[in-house]
Design a binder for this molecule. Structure first.
Ligand SMILES: Nc1ncnc2c1ncn2[C@@H]1O[C@H](COP(=O)(O)OP(=O)(O)OP(=O)(O)O)[C@@H](O)[C@H]1O
Ligand SMILES: [Mg+2]
Length: 229
């Protein structure tokens, strides 16, 4: 996380080979991104664009989801398994034969996610997934992140939604002025006033309330606050 222009998108685009560093190296599981093609890196690291319209290009949802497995020549049976899992996690079954452009924007974002899941990368990066989502969409995202974890996928997310971040992620990296300024446990991040101010992030709501009423113990969740009170 980090304010607009901090360098988040640029940083993650380097993780899947869409960008190459002009200085230094990006190493993914021992592989230097400078030595491989973007197609190769994309099989290891999947990036879901902030705006699904920059990503989606097929004329039906199912052809969008099948595109990457077909490109990689994955056997039909395995492809079907992947597509089924991607569709299950993103909850878009009823849209499979629809043109993505005829689907509401928030659901279109799930189509973009499903297409990346079906490529079965070891890492998946979501860029602002909660933007434009209602409560139901945010809940679907939470359960899909859990499902991906169960499948052994590591999920990275760029987000301005602090409540979403603490509810679903164990580690937070904070960026400011194109640099990483903090990296660690959500409690240590949000209760470090220097970091919060420099990155201009906000504590999650419960943390904010805990601070205002003077409850100690780096509280971030509702049940913890209730217990302290
Ligand atoms: N390490 C860097 N060195 C120099 N310029 C950078 C670096 N990282 C990012 N930039 C430039 O800074 C600008 C903002 O970067 P980026 O779009 O990655 O920010 P962001 O954190 O994703 O912002 P937003 O929250 O608005 O999406 C871009 O023009 C990008 O090219
Ligand atoms: Mg960005």
């Amino acid at each position: 996380m980090g304010q607009n222009g901090a360098g988040k998108t640029t940083c993650v685009k380097m993780m899947n080979g869409l960008n190459r560093p002009t200085e230094g190296d990006v190493i993914i599981d021992g592989v230097n991104t400078k030595e491989k093609t973007t197609a190769f890196i994309a099989r290891m690291v999947g990036y879901v664009f902030q705006n699904p319209d920059e990503q989606i290009f097929n004329s039906t949802v199912i052809s969008e989801i099948e595109y990457m497995p077909r490109y990689f020549k994955i056997p039909e049976e395995e492809m079907k398994r992947r597509v089924d899992r991607a569709v299950e996690l993103t909850d878009i079954k009823k849209y499979l034969h629809t043109n993505p452009l005829d689907i509401p924007y928030p659901i279109r974002k799930f189509v973009a996610i499903a297409a990346v899941i079906a490529a079965k990368p070891r890492y998946i990066i979501l860029d602002e997934p909660t933007a434009g989502q209602d409560k139901h969409g945010t809940e679907t995202l939470a359960s899909l992140i859990k499902g991906l974890e169960e499948d052994g996928v590591t999920v990275l997310t760029i987000t301005h939604d602090m409540d979403f971040a603490v509810a679903n992620f164990k580690r937070i990296v904070v960026m400011a002025h194109k640099n990483v300024i903090a990296d660690g446990d959500p409690r240590d991040i949000f209760w470090n006033e220097e970091v919060v101010q420099e990155a201009r992030i906000k504590k999650p709501q419960i943390g904010e309330i805990a601070k205002k009423i003077g409850v100690g113990g780096k509280v971030l969740f509702c049940d913890e606050l209730v217990e302290r009170l």
